[in-house]
Design a binder for this molecule. Structure first.
Ligand code: GLC
Length: 665
């Protein structure tokens, strides 16, 4: 049962695509006050778990802190960080009578989940112009599935996107990329994608490439593709202000950029210096920006990552003028009224100053909408622009596409990566905990920068993190410029990396099949244990294990120097370890708590009682993967429904895509 309440004059975000009848009166759970903006209040039952919020810090259970939905370019993902890059306003309160809430409001939303008062949930928005969806269901899992139904089918990437990808900020020339390809392929470590960060561009200009470093770009794209490697370029939100640059000229000429109040084009500095933001909330500008991707697809490019689309702003000319004036005053100020701390703050505050977001406008249905009122929709609509562009370029073909910033609704157009994390052990756990929450909000194709983006990686951290990455749909190693080099072949005993990533490819038929089934039926790929075992009173406490698809449970190691970990089994399971010598360790474990040993170079998983999963032979790329010689791993007598397709086109409904496999021995 779903109720849809309308307050004031909501902005149409297109997050929900299925018709939901409008409800009258007050919501069946909690109370709403419209006296000071919008305030929702609900007394949380003592042991109620609160799920959801997609991309956010802390645990699977969100209870006990305050979170703010406000797309933010913040690379410090600390316990106290309230806003990350995405804004995913869906939660499930799992008390005696479970219910879900979706606050469809594109500006800042505060979720105080037992922070101010331990047993009170309070949701606040500055303005009472929104839709509130209240979902009742038998279980939290059922509520999530109802929600997923109304927000529409999740994005489906091409199959190659389930391979392993290497990225690093700093790859510049053809030689840099060839070195990465060689580093992997000469060491027989599987790889399918190499990501191109901003340095492939001509002076950081979107939809260009550096002609000196890539004199024949399409030939280079072909060269890599012949090695089964796709190049995946980045696209940033800001378009450089530069006379003669066609994207800039077209945007200005047609009024496709965001405007200041006086009608001039808003200027924000990002990587290239001064840029304009494409007004992706305006359908016409969106169509134009989406069409720009053709400049690269025409060269053979089949995937992109959209970045800096909160949108991030390093500074604006106005901001710099103001800070400079303060600095001048400090230098000449005899009376000492301006302190050095004020100056320091003004300079630090230049980046992503809230006032910038209050000083530019979008054109929507002929009216000007101030950006901060719709802030959380920018990354969503940039990615929608790209996806709609691909529909024009080749409607039958799947493109790889994921974004840094997002709002619910964007899950139909692309995936996400979780932004600039760090090479910290705690971020492995954070990665794990975010995955089911993201899935609840529709984001199935998701992953973190494996090994960590900022800070310096260590070999053991990377290996342990890759073991989690084996299971995340997006499996990408990415790191920041000036950090320790993080490509797998840079470390001692490269065979361990070959083995761990190799297991991803052996499992790929299963992972792809479960992904496709989840996407096609509005289900979860990753679930908290309590969703699968609602009767088990311990499962709501399990914060470091996940159910994957219908057959598997994962429990990776995420602490340094550990030789294994404790794991909780709600039922009997088959404990499987992919051993570095290629053998598979199988051991039935009874329900309960266990300590299991897991070495750095072993990949563990658990198969649920009575189930089995398909396993392919080792391959070094998705293209080389053989699906005609699958074996089944797990309980004998079990059956598995395999979904498979060509991984390129969109004929998902073809009955030939589904095959029942039986494990006879
Ligand atoms: C942003 C992105 C990061 C990228 C960098 C340079 O920080 O989040 O992934 O490497 O910009 O483009």
């Amino acid at each position: 049962m779903i109720w849809k309440y309308r307050y004031g004059r909501p902005f149409e975000t297109d997050a929900v695509v299925e018709h939901v009848k409008a409800a009258e009166g007050s919501p069946p759970f909690g109370t709403v006050s419209l006296e000071d903006g919008f305030r929702y209040r609900y007394e949380l039952p003592k042991d109620a778990v609160v799920y959801g919020l997609g991309e956010a810090v802390r645990g699977i259970n969100k209870r006990g802190h305050c979170y703010v939905s406000h797309a933010s370019d913040d690379p410090h993902h600390l316990e106290g960080t309230r806003s990350l890059y995405g804004a995913h306003n869906f939660i499930v309160v799992a008390g005696e009578t479970p219910f879900g809430l979706f606050v469809d409001y594109p500006a800042k939303v505060v979720f105080d989940i037992g922070y101010t008062a331990a047993d009170v949930l309070e949701i606040a928005c500055q303005e009472a112009d929104l839709y509130l969806y209240v979902i009742e269901g038998d279980t939290p899992y059922d509520i999530v599935r109802q929600f997923r139904r109304i927000i529409g089918r999740s994005y489906i990437p091409p199959k190659f996107a389930f391979g392993f990808g290497q990225s690093r900020w700093g790859y510049k020339t053809k030689e840099d990329f060839r070195q990465v390809a060689d580093g992997y392929q000469n060491n027989h470590i599987p790889i399918d994608m190499i990501y191109m960060d901003i340095d492939y561009m001509q002076d950081f200009k979107d939809f260009t490439w550096n002609k000196e470093n890539f004199p024949d770009f399409p030939a280079f794209v072909r060269e890599m593709k012949a090695r089964n490697i796709r190049l995946i370029p980045i696209i940033d939100a800001g378009v450089e202000v530069e006379k003669g640059y066609p994207v800039y000229e077209e945007g200005v000429e047609n009024g496709y950029f965001c405007k200041r109040a006086d009608g001039s084009d808003f200027v924000a500095a990002v990587w290239p210096g001064d840029t304009h933001f494409p007004d992706v909330l305006n359908p016409e500008a969106r169509r134009w920006f989406g069409g720009c991707y053709r400049a690269l697809t025409d060269q053979g490019i089949e995937g992109f990552w959209n970045d800096m689309n909160e949108p991030a702003i390093f500074y604006t000319p106005e901001g710099v003028r103001e800070a400079a004036a303060l600095l001048r005053e400090y230098v000449t100020d005899q009376a000492g009224t301006v302190s050095i701390f004020q100056v320091r703050e003004a300079l630090a505050g230049l980046q992503n100053d809230q006032r910038y977001y209050e000083s530019f406008y979008h054109r929507v249905d002929g009216r000007m909408v101030r950006h901060d009122k719709v802030h959380n929709l920018f990354g969503y609509n940039m990615t929608r622009a790209a996806a709609e562009g691909f529909e024009q370029i080749d409607p039958d073909k799947r493109f790889l596409l994921f974004s840094r910033s997002s709002y619910i609704g964007m899950h139909r157009y692309g995936g996400i990566w979780t932004g600039d994390n760090k090479s910290w052990w705690s971020h492995i756990l954070l990665n794990l905990q975010m995955m089911p929450s993201l899935n609840m909000c529709g984001f199935l194709y998701a992953g973190a920068d494996l090994g960590g983006f900022g800070d310096n990686v260590t070999r053991d951290l990377l290996l342990r993190w890759l073991v989690l990455g084996v299971f995340t749909p997006l499996m990408r190693n990415h790191s920041a410029i000036d950090t320790r080099e993080q490509e797998c072949y840079r470390f001692e005993r490269v065979e361990d990396f070959r083995h761990v990533i190799g297991v991803r490819y052996r499992l790929l038929p299963y992972l792809y099949s479960e992904y496709m089934k989840a996407a096609l039926s509005g289900d979860l790929y990753f679930k908290p244990l309590a969703f699968e075992y609602p009767e088990d009173s311990f499962t709501p406490q399990v914060e470091d294990q996940l159910m994957l698809g219908g057959e598997v449970m994962i429990a990776p190691v995420y602490t340094q120097n550990a030789k294994g970990r404790y794991v909780y089994l709600p039922e009997e399971m088959l404990f499987v370890k992919f051993m570095p010598d290629g053998s598979i360790h199988e051991e039935k474990l009874p329900p309960g708590h266990h300590y299991v040993e897991i070495a750095l170079n072993e990949v563990p998983l658990f198969i649920r009682a009575g189930k089995c999963i398909p396993l392919a032979e080792a391959a070094e790329s998705v293209a080389e993967l053989r699906t005609d010689s699958l074996v089944l791993l797990g309980y004998s007598g079990a059956a598995y429904l395999l979904y498979d397709d060509d991984g390129v086109h969109k004929d998902y409904k073809d009955p030939a895509n589904r095959k029942l496999l039986k494990k006879t021995s």
